[in-house]
Design a protein around this ligand. Sequence first.
Ligand SMILES: NC(=O)c1ccc[n+]([C@@H]2O[C@H](COP(=O)([O-])OP(=O)(O)OC[C@H]3O[C@@H](n4cnc5c(N)ncnc54)[C@H](OP(=O)(O)O)[C@@H]3O)[C@@H](O)[C@H]2O)c1
Length: 259
Amino acid sequence: MADLFSLRGETALVTGGTRGIGQAVAIGLAEAGADVLLVQRSAESTETKKAVEALGRKAYIYVADLADPAAVAAIVPRALADGHTIRILVNCAGIQIRHAPEAFPDADYRAVMGVNADAVFALCRDAGAHMLGLAPSATTGRRGSIVNFASLLSFQGGLNVPAYAASKGAVVQLTKSFANSWTARGVTVNAVAPGYIATDMNEALINDTDRAASITARIPAGRWGTPDDFKGSVVYLASRAGAYVSGHTLVVDGGWMGR
Ligand SMILES: NC(=O)c1ccc[n+]([C@@H]2O[C@H](COP(=O)([O-])OP(=O)(O)OC[C@H]3O[C@@H](n4cnc5c(N)ncnc54)[C@H](OP(=O)(O)O)[C@@H]3O)[C@@H](O)[C@H]2O)c1
């Protein structure tokens, strides 16, 4: 059973690993045996790198602002030029901007779509093209795997978050589209859709105590999720255990969607 979930010898490229869900996921991948390439805006944020190294795995920081398409386009070529073989891609970086829809500025719409959807598309394309050229991994049984972070707002419209909802709808559709072309060729593509998770992204909701309490009351698990709740789902989708799962969006929400 341990082999089924092992990522020994694999290298994962992870965005959004500086904090929140992405940090827990990067550490979870390392706990399963993977080395990690951390794509982040600043080289000064070294907490995750140190945590991965403390597990005996290797970690490398690649500085890139995912809002900048040229910087995004350079990520995979730079990692390959450094000699890395990318077996796993986790697109976890994301931003949220809230306004009433009738006053939602174009610039904020574009900013959200840029990081949450455009960068996901480009990194899937570039890392996937690389994975398709690899021999299958003895550890996972396939050439590579991609896990994209979606949201409950891939399915629901939310309130005052039209750009975010549009971007996360796009993530699910991109995931299915890439999976349709690549699964038979040895690259699985899936998404994870978190429910309400206690991270910086939800600071405004958490500080609104009435709203936070009404959300908690609706979650069958009776609590908000934590970043550590995502280690298992990502390792599952990237490992041999998830080899026959592709094009799927795995909701990890304490039961919210079933209610
Ligand atoms: N929290 C939730 O309840 C929830 C629910 C549904 C979906 N999600 C999704 O899950 C993922 C992780 O969410 P989270 O709550 O962990 O978010 P978070 O705590 O706000 O962290 C966001 C991460 O994205 C990175 N990032 C943002 N803009 C970037 C840019 N332009 N270039 C490079 N990196 C950038 C941040 O880096 P810096 O440290 O440099 O800012 C940080 O590592 C996101 O895709 C989010 O949409 C979260």
